[in-house]
Design a protein around this ligand. Structure first.
Ligand SMILES: [Zn+2]
Length: 328
């Protein structure tokens, strides 16, 4: 795998991240976000945008003029944000116009990078891997909205398998068994950035009055948990996702465990990969492995997290501050 250049200097040992997701063209929220960033500008390093900045509908006929307006607005907002941060990582959502899925032909600004099936080396020891879009939405086993750009879980899985992220996974896997394992990439932490979250995660459950939907993508979980990706999995420090407005939380801690526990079985359903289910214990934690414990849902319900990352293997931890209060 080609060694990619770091965005930040080699002696970087701490970076501050702000994550926003699912603004859905809410101008008031955007203005408040910008106000907050201006006040804190001195400490801001990286802005992670997890998609659905807009309200584009891929299953409806959209007027060309409206689409152009959306494209312009996203670009304009990215540019505004790019003036306050050193680096922007933008993961397109299913409500972004198609233009944002063609990252290679779109240059917004020198410090804005669109990640879709691709990776970006942030600094020595830290890599971001990003994938946008979503699979079809399902409730009670019925399709309730179309996926974009993935019509099925299989599409999503195939996309991941042919992506740069797969190459990174293979690189880690081969290095873990190779005798020359002193590569620079080996001790990297990976932050995995997605629009749709993975199934098997407490941050993609949706609790309804009489049933629970387990949302998130089976393909994404299957990819992460694939036996040939165990080395990649070991490198993932955190997976940040948006999209699932019905479910929020950091590592699933906002989930009301009791409510989940009342329902003995949570059904996961996918037409191609087949239906299967998992059991949960009295704390509401799925007992059936595998289960992904490191996800954070950054949807508009909590809107964002302020995160600090300490590098160089001396100290590595995440400080999470919900700043939803700034937006209410
Ligand atoms: Zn979405």
């Amino acid at each position: 795998m080609e060694e990619e250049k770091s965005f930040f200097k080699d002696d970087t040992n701490s970076l501050n991240f702000v994550v926003i997701s699912d603004l859905h063209n809410n101008k008031e929220m955007f203005d408040k976000f910008m106000e907050w960033c201006k006040v804190h500008q001195e400490i801001l390093d990286v802005c992670i945008m997890l998609g659905d900045m807009e309200n584009y509908f891929h299953n409806r006929k959209m007027e060309t003029r409206d689409v152009e307006e959306m494209e312009k607005r996203v670009i304009d907002r990215c540019k505004q944000i790019s003036l306050l941060f050193k680096l922007i990582l933008f993961i397109p959502g299913n409500h972004e116009p198609p233009m944002f899925y063609h990252a290679s032909s779109l240059q917004i600004s020198d410090n804005v990078f669109i990640l879709h099936g691709s990776i970006k080396k942030i600094c020595e020891g830290l890599i971001a891997a990003g994938v946008g879009g979503c699979i079809p939405g399902v409730s009670r086993k019925q399709k309730i909205f179309k996926g974009y750009p993935f019509n099925t879980e299989v599409d999503f899985f195939n996309f991941l398998q042919s992506s740069q992220i797969e190459k990174l996974a293979q690189y880690y896997q081969s290095s873990s068994t190779s005798s020359i394992s002193e590569s620079q990439l080996i001790d990297d932490a990976v932050i995995f950035l997605t629009h749709d979250g993975p199934v098997h995660s407490l941050t993609t459950f949706s609790m309804n009055e009489d049933h629970i939907d387990s949302l998130g993508s089976v393909a994404l979980s299957k990819f992460l948990l694939h036996s040939s990706h165990s080395s990649l999995l070991n490198h993932i420090e955190i997976l940040l996702h948006g999209h699932t407005h019905e479910s929020v939380g950091f590592f699933g801690e906002h989930i009301v465990a009791q409510e989940i526990a009342e329902i003995e079985q949570v059904q996961y359903f996918d037409q191609k990969f087949g239906e299967y289910s998992t059991n949960i214990d009295e704390e509401g934690v799925p007992t059936e492995k595998p289960f992904l414990p490191f996800t954070a849902n950054c949807c508009s319900l909590t809107l964002g997290y302020f995160t600090t990352f300490f590098m160089k293997k001396i100290e590595k931890r995440w400080i999470v501050e919900e700043f939803s209060e700034h937006f209410l």
